[in-house]
Design a protein around this ligand. Sequence first.
Ligand code: ADP
Ligand code: MG
Length: 283
Amino acid sequence: MHDGGLDDRGDEREDAHSAAPVPAPLTEHGPARVIAVANQKGGVGKTTTTINLGAALAEYGRRVLLVDFDPQGALSVGLGVPAHELDVTIYNLLMERGVEIDDVIRHTTVADMDLLPSNIDLSAAEVQLVTEVGREQALGRAIKPVLDRYDVILIDCQPSLGLLTINALACADAVLIPLACEFFSLRGVALLMDTIDKVQSRINPDLEHLGILCTMFDPRTLHTREVRQRVIDAFGDLVFQATINRTVRFPETTVAGEPITTWAPNSNGAQAYRHVAREVLAR
Ligand code: ADP
Ligand code: MG
């Protein structure tokens, strides 16, 4: 059948990802590589990528800290943390003296993967930070004490190019951009790239592009393949070979409050994020 043929092609695509080697285990940990997961467009898979890339990196023996830097708190909720009920979140860490990062960090169900949770309080920080000296460096100052403890810190950015996202880019070593393979997905990318350029030239000269991850890929439609090709034409090697297919398994994992790597360890989605993890470690 027609569909079956396309599914098979999807499997071949998976094999092609094996290009990035299985990473060697680490004997020592830290200092962390800080990666901002950013795109001002909502619903492109930033939070899903943060959770599942983090979990896949932890499977490969990396110590991972996930930073929920979106006041929506979707990353926290996606890991089963009732963010709206928390007394201390990243907001308190940023805005209050005397709050230590260890008061806020929580373990997750995934071994070696911790979380700095947030909730709607963080939206107040964005307003309050505007008048502060060093307002772009607040997150960098906050995570500095634990850089030596982790191998990778992933920051899940909010869907805007406001001060919170600038804070993430200001303290990151690299930025990962999830891009949905849909109509209009390339719209706004120029503005995002421009913002990254400005952060590089004015605040953080060490910021690098880690790559662009095509998400919401539907191998059955011509359109989604065309969009992916356009992304590759525009950004070349910056585009990860691994591609994340559109599947209901991801919304399911949010309800389950755990990553796809543990919820459905043998699924295509779990495998795809393991491939992304390998590419990230190879870059
Ligand atoms: P963002 O953080 O960029 O706003 P999310 O990761 O929260 O995006 O994803 C938006 C919605 O789409 C969520 O409901 C999520 O479960 C779902 N989703 C994410 N990735 C996929 C995918 N590959 N296939 C299907 N649904 C997905
Ligand atoms: Mg999100």
